[in-house]
Ligand binder design. Sequence first.
Ligand SMILES: [Zn+2]
Length: 297
Amino acid sequence: MENYFKIIPIAEDIYHLYEPGGVGSTLIIGKEQALLIDTGYGFADIRGTVAYLTSLPVRVVNTHGHTDHAGGNRFFHKVWMNPADKATYKDYQKHQKPLIAARFEGIRKAAGKRDIWPEDFDRMAWYQADTEEFYWLINGQTFDLDAPADLYDQTFEFDAPKDENHLIEAIFIPGHTVGSVMFFDWKSHILFPGDDLDYSLWMHFNTSAPLYTYKNNLKILERYPIEGILPAHKKQLLSPWILKRMPIAIENLSIEKSRRFFHPRTGEPGFLYKEPLMGESPDGIDTIYITYQTNNM
Ligand SMILES: [Zn+2]
């Protein structure tokens, strides 16, 4: 259990807690409080790993409602989320959890490996577990990690001096899901996009924003001094380059250049486009993958 989460240091006081299911949650530690971005699948209690890294009060936010980012909400009393992802969260709670468990079981059995969850994992409790209480995020809201937690609860700061305190800003970028939120750290200048920006971009969900709307939404990020990007499913920091390159890949995409795609778990149909990068990427990644639906462009 102790090694269930791999602790990956990203920058000073920033840790990516990566779990065997292939997803990471990020802990950012300030002077007075810490922020946990996402909570993982919830197969194991992420709170213990967080407590090992900091004794400060911890606020918890979700980048979106998918279970691999919000499944561990059950270990915390209150979690912040964009209300636009409430429906996605509920759908995953009700319908996707059994499919997720079955798929992991199948994959592990086929590979002759043990299950992905720890030995004391109670599957029925996990199916039924829900977020105790949500706080609804507001676009542009900041969390000040240098401010005492007890003074903070009902405070929203939009125009606080960004160089004096350790502010993390919530930026709404509908894309991967309509309620996807990216978080920008004004101290480290790292962007935490969840699943909303990566070399593999999944946009074929019924709850994804239209593809070209997403492409336009990325322009919002131009005013932020982004120096690195940490997608939830990556284990290391990416260059901001992908932010400039993604809109071009979306422009280049067409049905003729795509192939039929079915979501490996749900069978949801869509299209898959692959954009070869010919050695351009400073991250050493050779392809951008985009899944999408033709009726949601
Ligand atoms: Zn997702």
